[in-house]
Write a protein that binds this ligand. Structure first.
Ligand SMILES: Cc1cc2nc3c(=O)[nH]c(=O)nc-3n(C[C@H](O)[C@H](O)[C@H](O)COP(=O)(O)OP(=O)(O)OC[C@H]3O[C@@H](n4cnc5c(N)ncnc54)[C@H](O)[C@@H]3O)c2cc1C
Length: 260
């Protein structure tokens, strides 16, 4: 079974978020890492490959050329190869343009199963997989918290606000997995050493047959008009732990407001 897993490089959690005022886009120049939710998709792909006794796990990413540094973590976990779509003309791609480019890369792979994480930590849209499934005219199941693949179809338990749906679908299919599905493995030292040597192809839009006008700002249907910081959450009390007194201060604060 061939499994394609979409993975995204995002600004490292805790590194803070800064919008570049000139482009009104997220500043991606700082520390970066692979999107943590995507590791659940990689883990599931590796387990399915093992259970199947063969096949291939291909990582697909769109981003800056240095994104391969982050993608290598998934290669170190055990994925077989990576395809990065990196092109100046793709900068500024919104959901519509991103889905067009990634759909072209996924289509070329002709995978049996396409896996996504539940959301990207930076933009947090949780919608890209639907757009790609629509473009590829494939069935899509999101929030997959249990998965079985057998006889050319999948059975997925889907987490909802009110309980669970059980959905079956023929392959090929697009699945967005929940972080409740599994516990991603840590890369072994051997895996880290071998990751650099695994095939890592960097493709341009032309390599995929995508017209530059369908990507970047020209291919986007969203325009950021203005940005403003989130409204203040009101008064904040900061307790300084001078002489180990913060616990007493906190208790006095709670008692005063009759919380305890
Ligand atoms: C006007 C505008 C300009 C933008 N410019 C840029 C830009 O210059 N550079 C940039 O990086 N982003 C840019 N973005 C953000 C970009 O459009 C989104 O990251 C993209 O549409 C995916 O949405 P999301 O991040 O909310 O992903 P979600 O829908 O939350 O992601 C779900 C899953 O999709 C997969 N996924 C998401 N993005 C990628 C990717 N790039 N490659 C592989 N898998 C992926 C992951 O598995 C992820 O878990 C821009 C957005 C707007 C609105």
């Amino acid at each position: 079974m061939k499994i394609a897993v979409c993975v995204k490089e995002v600004p490292e959690a805790g590194s803070g978020r800064r919008i570049d005022p000139a482009t009104k886009r997220l500043d991606r120049s700082g520390e970066r890492a692979i999107n943590a939710y995507d590791l659940n998709a990689v883990e599931e792909a590796l387990r399915l490959k093992d259970a199947d006794g063969g096949g291939e796990v291909v990582l697909i990413s769109m981003g800056q050329d240095k994104a391969l540094e982050s993608v290598r973590k998934a290669l170190a976990m055990g994925a077989d190869r990576a395809v990065l779509i990196s092109d100046e003309a793709a900068a500024g791609s919104d959901l519509v343009a991103t889905s067009k480019v990634l759909a072209a890369a996924i289509k070329r792979e002709e995978a049996d199963l396409v896996l996504f994480g539940q959301a990207a930590e930076d933009s947090d849209g949780a919608v890209l997989w639907s757009a790609i499934a629509e473009r590829l005219q494939l069935p899509v199941v999101s929030q997959v918290s249990e998965l079985e693949v057998a006889g050319g179809s999948i059975t997925a338990k889907r987490q909802t606000e009110f309980g669970y749906d059980t959905i079956t679908s023929p392959l090929p299919a697009v699945l967005a997995v929940s972080d409740a599905l599994n516990e991603p493995r840590y890369p072994s030292l051997k895996g880290i050493m071998s990751a650099k040597k695994k095939p890592q192809d960097v493709n341009s839009l032309a390599d995929l047959g995508v017209d530059a006008s369908d990507a970047g700002e020209s291919g986007s249907r969203t325009k950021v008009l203005d940005l403003s910081p989130p409204p203040s959450r009101g008064d904040t009390l900061v307790l300084e732990d001078e002489g180990g007194s913060s616990a007493e201060q906190l208790m006095a604060f709670l008692v005063e407001r009759k919380f305890v």
